[in-house]
Design a protein around this ligand. Structure first.
Ligand code: ADP
Ligand code: MG
Length: 222
C-alpha cells in the first residue's frame, strides 16, 4: 500500500482526504434516500436499488472509519471501496459501481492532483460502466447523470477552481437524471418494460447524481 505524506498541503494527501469525505457523504446521502431510490426502482425494476446501494455503502463507510485516516492514497481508497461494493452489493448496480470505483482508483496516480481528480475519476468510471453494461448515453442508466457531469467538467473556463467546476458538474448530473424521465430504458431490468418505462426517473441515474453532488460538497468543504 502506498502511503500519503504527512504534509497536509501535499496534493496526494488532500486528494485522499477529499475521496474519503466524498465516499462517506455518498453513503450518508444514499442511506437518507434509501426508500426514495427503492421506490424509483420499484416503478421500473425490482425495488432493490436503495437497499442494495445502502448495504454496500454502509460497508464502505465502516471500512473508511476503521482505516487509519491519512495512511492510504485516494486511488487505493476508491479501489478498495469498489471491491467492497462488488462483494456486498447484489444486482447490476453492485457490479457496475464496483467496477467503476475500482477503475477510477486505478486511473489515479499515487499522488493525484485534486484539481484534475474529478475528471480522471468520472472518465474512468464512465468507461467502466459503459464497457461492463454495454450502455450508451440515452439508454436511461447511470451514464445519463455521469456523462453530462464529465461534459461540464471538460467545458469549464480556464483556471476555474475545482469546487466551482464540481458544482456545475453536480447541476449537470441532476439535470441528466431529470432528463431520464421521458426516456425508454434500453438496459437492465427496466428495459423489459419497453415503452412502459417512460415517465419514470432511472434509479441508477438518481444515485449517480447524488454521487456527483457529494463530490461537489467534498470540494466545497475544501
Ligand atoms: P438490478 O437492476 O439488478 O435490480 P439495481 O436496482 O441495484 O440493480 O440497479 C439498477 C440500475 O442499474 C438502473 O437504474 C440503471 O441505472 C443501472 N443499470 C442496469 N443495467 C445497466 C447496464 N447494462 N448499463 C448501465 N447501467 C445499468
Ligand atoms: Mg433493482
Amino acid at each position: 500500500m502506498t502511503s500519503a505524506t504527512d504534509d497536509p498541503a501535499d496534493p496526494g494527501r488532500r486528494s485522499a482526504a477529499i475521496v474519503r469525505a466524498w465516499l462517506l457523504d455518498w453513503a450518508a446521502a444514499v442511506a437518507e434516500r434509501r426508500t426514495w431510490l427503492g421506490d424509483l426502482d420499484a416503478a421500473i425494476g425490482d425495488g432493490d436499488h436503495g437497499i442494495n446501494l445502502d448495504r454496500g455503502l454502509a460497508a464502505v463507510a465502516a471500512d473508511l472509519r476503521d482505516a487509519d485516516q491519512g495512511a492510504t492514497t485516494a486511488g487505493e481508497t476508491l479501489a478498495a471501496a469498489g471491491r467492497r461494493m462488488m462483494g456486498v452489493v447484489g444486482g447490476a448496480s453492485g457490479a457496475l459501481y464496483g467496477r467503476a470505483l475500482v477503475r477510477a482508483g486505478e486511473a489515479l496516480s499515487g499522488s493525484p492532483d485534486p484539481a484534475t481528480l474529478p475528471e480522471v475519476v468520472l472518465a474512468a468510471a464512465i468507461d467502466a460502466i459503459a464497457s461492463l453494461g454495454k450502455a450508451l448515453p440515452g439508454d436511461k442508466t447511470m451514464l445519463d447523470a455521469l456523462v453530462p457531469a464529465l461534459g461540464a467538467l471538460r467545458t469549464g473556463p480556464e483556471g476555474e477552481p475545482p469546487a466551482h467546476a464540481c458544482m456545475r458538474a453536480a447541476a449537470a448530473a441532476g439535470a441528466g437524471a431529470d432528463a431520464t424521465v421521458p426516456l425508454v430504458a434500453r438496459k437492465g431490468r427496466a428495459s423489459y418494460l419497453g415503452e412502459r418505462s417512460v415517465g419514470h426517473r432511472d434509479p441508477g441515474a438518481a444515485s449517480s447524481a447524488l454521487l456527483v453532488q457529494c463530490l461537489a460538497r467534498a470540494y466545497a468543504r475544501g
